[in-house]
Design a binder for this molecule. Structure first.
Ligand code: PGA
Length: 251
């Protein structure tokens, strides 16, 4: 198991309305036992952020974050959420550059960088997502792609900034196909090398995401290079999610 504190992050994507978030968290918190060395983060849709954050307030080992933000501070940007708005709703973190933002909404590396910097300037933790598409993996370009995304996304970011990296191979997201723990660990080690070259601490956490579920989470986090998981589909049921988070501390 791992030296770095583990982070289990639920990415609810475009699911879970405010009332559902409340019901979910009541159930989840009744099942989950807070554990030293493990944080559980929830990334609800923007409309459910305030409800989620309010329900988690005062619970030291849980946090709420935004799924995306826009870098401008305020103004005429219909549909967008600034860092200050997310923070006002109770967010202490934000996901940036999730593959669905990159590949459905056309977000570029340069845009992820502006967002990462805005998140950090606003005092939140930035969770930068990186990962290769299937064709890139088949061309053996995983490391090249991930390195480019990291270098661009973290350009101008001070070493020591509050960042977490989530490695999510695009071909593994929502497909039921995931990287084997040892494959993922190889990419994680490459990510860590880049982070160290960029001056970041060895303790920067690198999470794995992509079809993580109750059946594979234990093997994934048993890899010393994997510091937690970012989970979509399998985080939508409170009992299932509590089971996944509960893998920490089992013998
Ligand atoms: P998944 O999504 O767990 O449903 O594959 C993970 C993610 O996109 O963060």
């Amino acid at each position: 198991m791992n030296e770095r504190p583990l982070l289990f992050a639920a990415n609810w994507k475009m699911n879970v309305a405010p009332g559902e978030a409340r019901t979910f968290l009541d159930r989840f918190l009744s099942l989950d036992k807070p554990r030293v060395g493990r944080t559980v983060a929830f990334f609800p849709p923007a409309v459910s952020l305030e409800t989620t954050a309010a329900r988690l307030r005062g619970h030291e080992h849980y946090l709420a974050g935004a799924q995306d933000v826009y870098w401008e501070a305020k103004g005429a940007y219909t549909g967008a959420t600034s860092v200050a708005l997310a923070r006002g709703a109770g967010a202490s973190a934000a996901l940036i550059g999730h593959s669905e933002r990159r590949h459905i909404f056309g977000e570029t590396d340069a845009e992820t960088n502006r967002k990462v910097r805005a998140v950090l300037d606003g005092g939140l933790m930035a969770m930068l997502c990186v990962g290769e598409k299937l064709a890139e993996r088949e061309r053996d370009e995983t490391e090249i792609v991930v390195t480019r995304q990291l270098r661009a996304g973290l350009d101008g970011v001070a070493a020591g900034a509050d960042i977490v990296i989530a490695y999510e191979p695009v071909w593994a997201i929502g497909t039921g196909r995931n990287a084997t723990p040892s494959d993922a660990a190889l990419v994680h080690a490459a990510i860590r090398r880049v982070l160290v070259q960029l001056g970041f601490d060895r303790d920067t956490r690198v999470l794995y995401g992509g079809s993580v579920n109750a059946g594979n989470v234990a093997q994934l986090i048993a890899e010393p290079e994997i510091d937690g998981v970012l989970v979509g589909g399998a985080s939508l049921d409170p009992d299932g999610w509590a089971g996944i988070c509960g893998v920490v501390g089992q013998g």
